[in-house]
Design a protein around this ligand. Sequence first.
Ligand code: 26M
Length: 822
Amino acid sequence: TWKKHIVPEKNDPASIESDIVHHTITTLCRGVYNLDKLAMYQATAHSVRDRLLEDWNLTQEALHRENPKRCYYMSMEFLIGRALDNALHCLHVKKNYNQSVDNLGFSLEDLLCEEKDAALGNGGLGRLAACYMDSAATQDYPTWGYGLRYQYGIFKQMIKDGYQTEMPDYWLNFDNPWEFPRADIRYEVRFHGYVATKINEKGETRMTWEGGDKVQAMAYDVPIPGFDTKGCGNIRLWSSKPLNTFDFDSFNAGDYERSVAEQTAAQNLTSVLYPNDNHLVGKELRLKQEYFFVSASLQDIIHRFKRAKCPWKDFPDKVAVQMNDTHPTLAVPELQRILVDIEGLEWDDAWDIVTRTFAFTNHTVLPEALECWSVPMMEKILPRHMQIIYDINLFFLQKVEKVFVGDRDLLKRISIIEEGSPQQVRMAFLAVVGSHTVNGVAALHSDLIRKHLFNDFIKYYGPDKFINITNGITPRRWLYQANPDLRDLITTTLGSEDWATKLDLLKGLKKFADDTKFQSQWAAVKYKNKERLAFWIKANMGITVNPDALFDIQVKRIHEYKRQYMNILSVIYRYQSLKKMSAEDISQQVPRVVIFGGKAAPGYYIAKLVIKLINSAAQVINNDKSIQDMLKVVFIPDYNVSLAEIIVPASDISQHISTAGTEASGTSNMKFVLNGGLILGTVDGANIEIGEQIGAENIFMFGVLSDEVEDIRHNQKYHGLFMDPSLQVVIDSIQAGQFGDPSIFGPLINTLTYGGDYYLISVDFKSYLQKHTEVDETYRDKKSWVKKSIMCTAGMGFFSSDRAVCEYADKIWKLKPFKVEA
Ligand code: 26M
């Protein structure tokens, strides 16, 4: 009842207005005379946050009281984006806020843009974690996220002279209303040191990890509002702080500066997100981040578990931990260490608890992305964990050897330790051995990891341990919030907003797919969204694009396997075709705007050259009057979550064209189709299941199949490369200098020739060009195109992250919703 005094209860515009003014005066200590947009955003955000707090507290108190089983989603990345708009929708107060902010002389939509993205992730994996937190909160699952509070998120991309340059993303520059520092929740984390033996209270000999350096982890809580529920979720992020102790030895020795420097180093542990997507860099600081994250999270989980005074054997009935890829895998040896060394359990009892607690999601098959850590580095930083990993491996191999007597090749292949100099710890194998369930993220991907990466493990464990849970996306952010006009049209047509939490209801749109009036409403919404994007491009880049043109979009991290290179090569081919036509013929073409966006890892030389080639081609093509604006190329700088919210609703076609078998799932494919965009894609990842759900006639698919790739690569290696003649012409034109100094692009062109064309651009090029022609022809028939667009949205129910999270809860976490009553 005491909360009644502080929690705003009224959501009418006048009350909201006075709450905002109240925060302006108290929280910000500012008067109306110097209120700028940023300050107004902050005051507004604080007033919205007040309205979330009650739900957050109610939820956490109820969880504390009833103590149901909980799930912890451990992820090194949460790519959340902005919070204000999302919170307004979840609380159903956006309309009134619009009015209040208007009354105060500002525009709410303007204020929303003042917020910096929380960009604590690279791409698909981090954004997936954010979608899953949204769905868990919305469906009242008692699920918490654990992650790191990086001071610098993914870098800001700027394009200079066509090249990517990077700038630090210091997103915490101003106060962040969406986090709560928990100064009272701190744990110590150790690095280095040595292993000793001790005798415990029961008189048993145990190992203990001593000495070394300690840093402190402090908690920051980020509330995750659920849509249409009192429940409110949480992501707990750890920030490293220096331990508040002083190294008097150094001080006395007159080494005060070194002592301070060490404290600074401790703080820097969580400074920066590693900007590599699908690529491992074996840096010591990254390994330290991973352990820091795991250690703090497990201490927190165990602290909470102990409050209920349950016996240890019940731990897996109270706690499920999902590891988002291998990045948190050190949690496996860490929990084993805590149980055996500190809590005094027997090895086997501890191991049983560990393996009933953890589950692991694999997100990639790319060999260069599989985490391996050198044994010497691990021994230095985590000496006790290295011993435990050796023991885990030993006991595991002993069991395998009992079943497959004398199969030394198998033992070598399946070992957690890879031989070589230095030896390496295969984190994916450690994660498999330490988990009860392993899942892939789309049907094809799960098949592939069963067939290849984890095939030996299936021989030993049997097939049931390895399951598929196809990814999903939250329809709240990716349709309800990002596409208000489509949201309103769908709601009016279906008669309620229920689809936002029961996405299968979208299938109700199918019966309107042939309705002429509905079709024209649908087309008008798409047109408006294209205008919105065209406006953004004009305002921010000075390029004019025509919303009547076909908008063809590829936005995602720049990576060779995603083949943005193939896309720009086909754009150059189209340009050359136009150049060969008469003016009359040109005027008959379907106009196209080809839009690219995405960041390359700062050290990824070839990916950065692809960006340069796109911009060089854009320069030439956009300034060539002779093609009558039939082709425009745009590289949108600094692609991020909030830009995606503008870009995604505006596509006619989006491209998802990875070499078959390389893109585990893809999730932006789902976002585009949900918003009525058609896909041009390969038979890869979730594209396949999207095609199954929406119907083969509504998706443009091309290219070789994943089970052909290996043979083709083998053939090319031994019988010479295949070079598609159309592709050759394109390459020739680049080499002839049509797009600037050709020497720049030498290394890029080499990947197709001497480099062996590993991603099969040449092999797929012909069928890719053919599909482009089919896209053009289909687009000419506006009516049939709109129908396809409607059928796309209508068929996307399956790809809601609500469905995906339910599958995790049922099949892996054994978790039930925990409803908080108002
Ligand atoms: C690892 C070690 C050191 C530094 C960085 C990493 C690392 C970071 C991110 C490795 C991989 C990372 O992300 C992989 C990823 O994003 N995978 C994508 O996951 C999506 C969600 O399941 C899928 O849809 C995509 O297909 C898949 O590429």
